[in-house]
Write a protein that binds this ligand. Structure first.
Ligand SMILES: [Zn+2]
Length: 219
């Protein structure tokens, strides 16, 4: 951490504390619960400031709190508070320091790809394949919205593998447990050649074509 970053961290934490102290004054109309939360956060900020004084390493949790406090200055694009540029520099530094989970990593890459309208669909496909390989169990979940619509192209048609668990007694299935959907992929994005077969299902209709692969006996 260089001196400029350190100074910006001190500033954003002190600035946030000042705002919270004012909001938690005895005559403010903030409710008691929020006042208490403010007091705790002020204390956490003070602990981080004390670590800086001792030149101690900051934890991941510290970094996230700093990012939260910095946000208001990052969003201050008109620079009314006069700290916008320092805040941007701090944000970049935090981005290099805060651990990246897989979902966040995918999001960063996707946002970057979205900047170029020429990005071929195959590049998104490659990205999603890597993401799915790493997370077989919730593969594809975040690729669709709550109504099963592809976040990329809006199509509602997807291919999915569904693994049911069947209970066999002898050769007879006596019970079937509905399985998890895995490897769900937008047909229009990922299997464009097959999309024409299902195109009629799309476009406002609620029909969704799924490829089922069921009957796996696991128990
Ligand atoms: Zn799609």
């Amino acid at each position: 951490m260089n001196d400029e970053i350190r100074e910006t961290v001190r500033f954003v934490l002190a600035d946030d504390n000042e705002g919270m102290r004012a909001a938690s004054a005895p005559d403010s109309d903030l409710d008691e619960e929020d006042k208490q939360m403010n007091r705790e956060l002020i204390q956490r900020h003070e602990q981080i400031l004390a670590k800086l004084d001792r030149a101690e390493d900051l934890s991941q949790e510290d970094l996230v709190l700093i990012r939260d406090a910095n946000e208001i200055h990052v969003n201050d694009t008109l620079d009314l508070g006069g700290h916008h540029n320092e805040a941007i520099a701090l944000e970049e530094w935090l981005a290099s320091m805060i651990d990246l989970d897989r979902q966040k990593a995918m999001q960063i890459l996707e946002q970057w790809l979205d900047r170029d309208p020429q990005t071929p669909a195959g590049v998104y496909r490659a990205l999603h394949t890597l993401g799915e390989e790493a997370t077989p169990n919730d593969a594809g979940k975040r690729v669709f919205d709550g109504e099963g619509r592809c976040l990329k192209c809006g199509s509602r048609v997807s291919f999915a593998d569904v693994t049911d668990t069947a209970v066999f007694v002898g050769d007879e299935i006596v019970k079937r447990y509905a399985g998890d959907i895995t490897n769900r992929n937008c047909v229009r994005c990922i299997y464009p050649k097959q999309y024409s077969e299902y195109e009629d299902c799309d476009g406002g209709s609620s029909i969704r074509a799924n490829r089922h692969q069921s009957g796996a006996a696991q128990r």
